[in-house]
Design a protein. Structure first.
Length: 246
């Protein structure tokens, strides 16, 4: 249903979370959402430096599977899972291959970085189903994909191919899972404390809560860290730094 793998062979602290319901095109039911919450906890306990979020072929995530579930409970736990990726201290990289629709598009929107195969499609078909998504996720889609694309997705139920979104910058790179893992390995070798601070700073620009104290604390922690010393030393020695997140 949801697989969690630590891939230190790719890079230090790379954790891959895979939606694994291929018979349902990785549509998420309530059990899958709860499994995602467990996966997020596992990633934190593993001190992940990068989370790669992906789906088993043939889809990234075809949406929500509401058969036999209480919709209000499902919606509340789905929001918890979406917020869990936003609150993750490390970058979340969505590796998209195939449809990312409805809930799938929402998982894409709460990821920090996106890589996709060119023909993958992203969209929110809520208007075809008589549904309305939450205000905060609508704002997130507009923030990450741009307002015109968000209006197309939500008001016209349009689907956008990854190559089209790559042209606008909403998708950062084009490629499959191997390319995503290679990129994750590169990110994992960056200073983890820098990414913690930068993610907090970026979220503070769009969140209604005042995160300024946390951003300042993260900045001070990074500046006083052994990693900061290692980064400067490696620069002067003309070598690659070996960051340890401390």
């Amino acid at each position: 249903m949801v697989r969690v793998e630590r891939r230190d062979d790719v890079g230090p602290g790379v954790v891959v979370i895979t939606l694994d319901r291929p018979e349902r095109r990785n549509a998420v039911d309530h059990d899958a959402v709860l499994a995602l919450l467990d996966a997020q906890r596992d990633a934190r306990e593993a001190e992940a430096r990068v989370i790669v979020l992906t789906g088993s072929p043939p889809a990234f995530c075809a949406g929500a599977d509401l058969a036999g579930v209480r919709e209000e409970v499902f919606a509340a736990d789905l929001e918890r899972a979406l917020n869990g990726f936003v609150a993750s201290p490390c970058p979340v990289l969505a590796a998209i291959d195939g449809p990312a629709l409805g809930a799938g598009a929402q998982f894409v929107a709460v990821s920090d970085l996106r890589i996709a195969t060119p023909s993958s499609v992203i969209g929110v078909p809520a208007a075809r189903l008589g549904l309305v998504i939450d205000r905060w996720i609508a704002a997130r889609i507009a923030q990450e994909f741009g307002d015109p694309v968000a209006r197309g997705m939500l008001l016209a139920a349009e689907r956008y191919t990854a190559d089209r979104l790559y042209a606008t910058g909403a998708v950062h790179r084009l490629g499959g899972l191997d390319a995503a893992l290679e990129w994750a390995g590169e990110i994992a070798r960056l200073a983890p404390l820098s990414n913690v601070g930068h993610k907090l700073a970026l979220e503070s620009l769009v969140d209604t809560h005042d995160h300024a104290p946390e951003v300042t604390a993260a900045q001070r922690t990074a500046w006083a860290s052994a990693d900061a010393v290692e980064g400067r030393t490696a620069f002067l020695d003309k070598r690659e730094p070996n960051f340890r997140g401390r």
